[in-house]
Design a protein. Structure first.
Length: 448
């Protein structure tokens, strides 16, 4: 099993307090507008940006680079009225100590007067399964943790597991960068310290592999240099990526053509690449004897082509920007907001099929949000375990996350129809007169 994220902890972040987002290979995040879905994904983005080891302000606020600042910047991270935020994640990292081992990274950042880290820890969790007793024995080991923060000093003290009896190492770290990223340079050379360094690298690499794909159709309608083959977040260089796919991965190129053909009503016979004299390229469709360049293609089709390409490539050749470090050959975590955006409802199962194909054998992990009943209907019952419903408490304003099958009334609701139908047809409303617990489900799903 390759390392991947299994949990995001939104301990104190934007609309969240002590919330946990469980992550499977494919995670679907649903809920009403402004319920906190993007806030949760912002939390993951924060950890991913910090995993580069960049200065906090540069990582979260900088207008440099193609990523731009995080939504709301560093000041927007703490819940309103607070001056600090706290995030964490769990990573399935079997490289560590045994077969089923996890790493837990948690960090608290104070944003005023200057952003700095005031606490951080990295914990290793080992699991031993007893088949006969059907139990799991879990042991935790603190690999690294801050001991003393002196806000304003620019430094923070920390200690780590060295394997030496009676001697606890301690050192000062810069408080403006993720301490875990500074760790490998500080450690000594005992076996235990090597393991701590490996664990830190595993956690950082996994986090750096988070890729928020946000295709912008109008940016895809231009010529791009053919060597620009790493897909950018906006998919503006899709034409070059598809050109590369056509040359080096004919099987997946064929699959892309077949998916595009399935999307549109008219006859598409192929995908062509138009090349300028300067070797700039533009994607084109061969349709009804004519050639339609990307410049003339529809928004939905371009967006679909970008998502399909990234999924078919299983996240290979993504432009991770500052996060794409030498030697990082990890399964990426693709984050796609409103997966169905611009797609006709009839295409729901096609795009879902692509997501599932991409997540097979841990090739990549996909987290997406959706408002589409058609997409929800296309989910299989076994996918529901990783459908997370995000809702916002009217009184406290706090966001809550719940796995769909754990919601009250779930079994009887599903007996009445698939998820999309249940959400749109008002079945829940009709049912609410009988079992007491459907009203709450209706409210959370935005029906009442
Ligand atoms: N720092 C913060 N503290 C408290 N609340 C915040 C903070 N930042 C954002 N919010 C709240 O979160 C809301 C935005 O939530 P979010 O963007 O996660 O919604 P969403 O579920 O993605 O909705 P949509 O489906 O419309 O995209 C804001 O309207 C605001 O009410
Ligand atoms: Mg959103």
């Amino acid at each position: 099993m390759k390392p991947r994220l299994t949990e995001l902890r939104l301990t104190e972040f934007k609309t969240f307090s002590e919330a946990t987002l469980p992550l499977g290979r494919m995670t679907t995040l649903i809920g009403r507008n402004s319920s906190g879905k993007s806030n949760a994904l912002d939390g993951l983005e924060v950890l991913s940006r910090l995993a580069t080891g960049a200065d906090l302000v540069d990582a979260l606020d900088s207008r440099r680079g193609d990523e731009g600042p995080l939504r709301g910047g560093v000041e927007g991270c703490p819940p309103h009225g607070m001056d600090r935020f706290r995030l964490g994640c769990t990573i399935l990292a079997n490289a560590f100590d045994g077969d089923h081992d996890y790493l837990r990274l948690d960090v608290t950042i104070q944003v005023r007067p200057e952003p700095e880290i005031i606490s951080e820890s990295l914990v290793g969790v080992s699991e031993k399964r007893h088949a006969a007793r059907k139990s799991v024995n879990r042991t935790t080991r603190e690999l690294f943790r801050t001991t003393d923060a002196r806000p304003g000093s620019g430094t923070v003290d920390a200690t780590w597991h060295s394997g030496r009896r009676g001697r606890t190492p301690e050192a000062s770290f810069q408080s403006t960068r993720l301490l875990t990223s500074q760790l490998p340079l500080r450690l000594g050379d005992t076996k235990a310290e090597w393991q701590v360094a490996d664990a830190a690298q595993d956690a950082l690499k996994t986090l750096r592999g988070v890729f928020h794909l946000d295709p912008v159709p109008h940016l895809m309608r231009q010529y791009v240099p053919s060597r620009d083959i790493r897909l950018r977040r906006t998919a503006e260089n899709l034409s070059a990526v598809v050109d590369h796919l056509a040359k080096h991965d004919p099987e997946r190129f064929r699959q892309l053509i077949s998916h595009v053909r399935g999307l549109v009503e008219h006859e598409v016979t192929g995908i062509e690449i138009i090349r300028s004299q300067l070797d700039d390229v533009m994607l084109a469709l061969r349709e009804d004897g004519a050639i339609t360049p990307a410049r003339e293609m529809s928004d939905g089709l371009l967006r679909f082509a970008a998502i399909a390409t990234s999924l078919l490539r299983e996240g290979q050749d993504l432009d991770l920007g500052a996060r794409g470090m030498e030697g990082d050959r990890r399964s990426p975590t693709l984050v796609i907001e409103e997966l169905e955006n611009g797609l006709h409802p009839s295409q729901a199962s096609q795009i879902l099929g692509l997501v599932k194909q991409a997540t097979q054998e841990d090739a990549s992990q996909v987290i997406f949000t959706t408002h589409s009943p058609a997409l929800l209907s296309a989910l299989e019952p076994e996918d529901h375990r990783h459908v997370v419903v995000c809702s916002r408490d009217r009184e406290t304003g706090l966001s809550h996350l719940r796995q769909l099958p754990e919601m009250d009334g779930y079994p009887s609701l599903m007996a009445q129809g698939d998820l999309g139908t249940v959400v749109t047809s008002g079945l829940l409303e009709q049912a609410s007169a009988r079992p007491r617990d459907f009203t709450e489900f209706d409210r959370l799903m935005g029906i009442s």
